[in-house]
Design a protein around this ligand. Structure first.
Ligand code: PDD
Length: 284
């Protein structure tokens, strides 16, 4: 049986409900959600869910598309229209649809979606036997080597950089730089060595990175794949980032400290030239 769901102000048959492929929930996981349980056709702990939703939205500087009162009414309407006695109501708010950009769009309209989930939550069942658990590493999200669309934190990072009047951010973990918000990070030491974090679960293994390091080695440059700190970067001769959208981009300032004379350095400039020349000649 088809459910009635709620999408941006409308109650629709679930087959009719659509969200844009440009929705930031889809492209950046730029959204928040709540699940409220329903017992005997009534909402459980609704005020708690509404309060947490408001907190989550505020933390992401996302406008709340609906008042608590309207939200309650939508929940009750969905319970009535779907004759839900027991289960849950899933609610998701995203920042809305906009051209893909890590920077939050200025004028996107939030997407609001709710649907019911009929489930048996009480009565005879699992609670009589209890459940069994295993132990796993908490890797939320420690698998940055996988190119997933979990881009909310990178997006927040770019916004922090923008608020500080800068272009991007380098992320630091346990005192060492991992990578840029959407690019790999490099420094060039005063004795001319190119240093960049070794590959592993902590960073995305850039396709551009692989090519640039190969070209650097072919040009007899010394490459060290190891962690470096922000302090080391601030004392470096130069720095740069790489990605498919920036190629080799010189970095002239790291966390308030200008590098060298504050202008793009020769190694970054040279690598950019080599990269463009070599990859253009191999382009398919
Ligand atoms: N980002 N590290 C992160 C976290 C990235 O998101 C990216 C790419 C890279 C560089 O990978 P590559 O050289 O394969 O582009 C490193 C893309 C450009 C983006 O999200 O727009």
């Amino acid at each position: 049986m088809s459910r009635t769901v709620f999408v941006n102000g409308e109650y629709l048959a679930e087959e009719e409900a659509k969200v844009s492929i440009f929705d930031r929930g889809f492209l950046f996981a730029d959204g928040v959600y709540e699940v409220t349980s329903v017992l005997d056709g009534k909402l459980i702990d609704f005020d708690g869910h509404v309060a947490r939703l408001a907190r989550s939205l505020a933390a992401l500087e996302m406008p709340n598309p609906v008042t608590a009162e309207d939200l309650r009414a939508i929940h009750h309407e969905l319970i009535a229209r779907n004759d839900l006695h027991e289960g849950g109501i899933y609610l998701q708010v995203t920042r809305g649809a906009a051209d893909r950009d890590f920077i939050y769009p200025a004028d996107a309209t939030p997407t609001l979606v709710l649907f019911t989930m009929a489930m048996k939550l009480t009565g005879p069942g699992k609670a009589d036997q209890g459940i069994k658990v295993i132990a796993i590493e908490d890797q939320r999200w420690g698998r940055r080597d996988i190119k997933t669309v979990q881009l909310l934190y990178p997006s927040m990072g770019k916004m922090m950089a923008k608020a500080a009047g800068k272009d991007d951010a380098w992320m630091v973990e346990d005192g060492f730089v991992t990578e840029g918000t959407s690019n790999n990070a490099y420094i060039v030491t005063k004795d001319g060595k190119i240093v960049t974090r070794q590959i592993g679960p902590e960073i995305l293994n850039g396709i551009t990175r692989t090519a640039v390091l190969r070209f650097a080695r072919e040009a007899q440059m010394v490459v060290e794949e190891r962690p470096f700190t922000i302090a080391e970067a601030q004392n470096a001769a130069e720095a740069f980032i790489t990605s498919a959208t920036t190629f080799v981009m010189p970095v002239v300032e790291v966390d308030g400290a200008a590098l060298g004379d504050g202008r793009p350095g020769p190694v970054a400039k040279r690598l950019r030239e080599i990269y463009l020349e070599e990859t253009r000649s191999m382009a398919s």
